[in-house]
Design a protein around this ligand. Sequence first.
Ligand code: 0O2
Length: 223
Amino acid sequence: MTSAAQPPGLPELSDDAVRRFAQIREDFTRMMLGYRFGMEQVATRLEILREEFAELHLDNPIEHISTRVKSPESILEKAARQGVELEIPALREHITDIAGVRVICSFVADVYRLMTALTEQADISVRLVKDYIANPKPNGYRSLHVILEIPVFLSSGPVQVPVEVQFRTVAMDFWASTEHKIFYKYEGDVPAHLRQRITDAAATAARMDEEMAQLHRAVHGTD
Ligand code: 0O2
């Protein structure tokens, strides 16, 4: 028997195939919802810290928070590029930046202080830390990446959702967004003389972070 609502011009699908596709779609939707809720929970925890700092310490370490969930197209593209099986458990295991939160701080010290305040929360566990501030990438990229897991309670039960949080300063963010635009303009093949200038600009941004921290210490006597 075949499905009644068969679009014209397509090969006929068995009821079993239609059921399997419907199940895949439902599982994928559930997975993506979990990522969105996990991301929103992390963003809320950071907003709470921001408000608490602002109220009690009169010194807000967070300039800006942004969030994004990777599109299904880029999840599949990344899975194909990395040879990850197109199955939900494999995607969950290997594609760890489906849910992303970016936190822009004023100073480098705030980046670490905030990361500690977030990851010390009892129900959050840290899967991986990539400290590109202590160890910048060869092109000069600096940022602190943390892949953490946060529980999300769906009607089907709790799921541990991985969320990639990128903590960086305003200067690091300015550099990264400019570099990203140049990278895409040249489709990844950036001419050597520009690559060198990009790396030099990263060093300038790092000096700027250091200078601002010194100024802040001079004025407030602390980071
Ligand atoms: P989007 O849209 O920002 O998410 P992988 O994540 O496995 O592909 P890698 O290098 O193991 O690659 O992960 P890593 O180092 O944690 O970096 C992932 C993300 O960090 C990138 O996400 C960027 O957001 C950012 N990033 C890393 N390196 C650079 C860099 O040199 N320049 C800039 N501008 N950003 C960088 P996506 O998936 O590329 O894109």
